[in-house]
Design a protein around this ligand. Sequence first.
Ligand SMILES: Cc1cc2nc3c(=O)[nH]c(=O)nc-3n(C[C@H](O)[C@H](O)[C@H](O)COP(=O)(O)OP(=O)(O)OC[C@H]3O[C@@H](n4cnc5c(N)ncnc54)[C@H](O)[C@@H]3O)c2cc1C
Length: 414
Amino acid sequence: MTSTAGVVVVGGGQAGFSVVSALRGAGYDGPVTVLADERHLPYQRPPLSKKAHTGPDGLRVDLVPESFYRERDIDLRLGDDVIALDRTARTVITRTGTRVPYDHLVLATGARNRPLPVPGAELAGVHALRSLDDALAIGRALSTARAVVVVGGGFIGLELAQVAAARGAHVTVVELADRLLSRAVSAQLQQHLRERHERSGVRILTGTAVQSVEGSEGRVRQVVTDRGTLPADLVVYGIGAAPRDELARDAGLAVDDGVIVDERLRSISDPRISAVGDCARHPHPHAAGLVRLESVQNATDQGVLVGRRIAGASEPYASLPWFWSDQGDIKLQIAGLRAPADAVHLVAGDSPERLAAYAFRDDRLVAVETLNWPAEHLAARRLLGRDTPVRAADLAGSTLGALARARRATEVRT
Ligand SMILES: Cc1cc2nc3c(=O)[nH]c(=O)nc-3n(C[C@H](O)[C@H](O)[C@H](O)COP(=O)(O)OP(=O)(O)OC[C@H]3O[C@@H](n4cnc5c(N)ncnc54)[C@H](O)[C@@H]3O)c2cc1C
């Protein structure tokens, strides 16, 4: 399939990379252009919050080397952001004034961090973490920081708390909700997770609101909360992200906390435009309504689907959602979509650090959260992806690993 203007991808992150690599992998031979605002080659974000980075050489995160794009004739343009879409002329316009025409446009613009909405957030020593440049700045700050306050008990905050603690800092996590990871994991599992963090020396304050950040000579010195003041020479906040959907909204596409797409990830307002990854809100067979997911799995699989679709395939998006978060020596993994679950069963593994939470809706297993139990996570991914549901009774006194083995044995016999 050859075309004149080809495919333009806005955003050079996980999902944008996945689109262009799948396009070429599926034999698409038209022009492919990636317009990326960052100056780095497309890179992975997960290591940014998990490694004790010290300098540019201490963090190798490129998804592939530059030669990958050259060899596949992918025109990767770094350091210029797209500021407008002209849907009538089928052209995108960049900040430097370049106009790039498209036959098909893919929005892969990701998400941006929610700002810390308190006085003092602009002081030196207060950081958010999203980009490689943010991670390098935090890495430098960690080499001298003694007292670190992490605002937000979500995945990124908890990962960074462990990185900072491993570098010898006194770390306090301040979370507004009455528990950690309140949107992402069950209350049952988070209690164990919290205890593990506390055992490693990280102090956790839940139900606590940050009111301001105070400093002297332009640098942070302390964080004021509604339950007291915490000394701080480094503050890192991770209080959620919002999709970068403003290009779509300004161009008149349907947007509602993300670009709204159909089951083939095309904008419901314009079939020549797709959206993938953190910026897309999409239907999913495992979800009650539309969902927007922020994960490497979702960005990768959606990119693959759109790349293949533009090259001629036609399948709806139905990949099982899964996620991981490494918090020091705690490996949290999630398969499936938990909310809304009506029952959660906690199951201990065969060693003290292993734990699983099975979440059921209408007596059907819908999600599995595990701590330090990768085999159980993989069994969950195998079983949740199947048509045969897993009922609570199937798991009485058993694990998913054992159930998966038993079902495989039955399949082999029949
Ligand atoms: C610190 C951190 C740790 C994470 N850890 C995990 C993890 O352990 N496991 C997991 O599953 N997920 C993790 N994630 C989430 C995962 O990285 C994201 O879900 C994934 O990167 C989404 O891919 P994306 O391509 O949609 O967005 P991104 O990777 O964010 O890429 C979007 C790119 O588009 C660019 N862009 C935006 N607007 C424009 C524009 N107008 N013009 C040009 N370029 C533009 C952005 O600058 C960015 O480079 C983590 C995220 C962060 C920030």
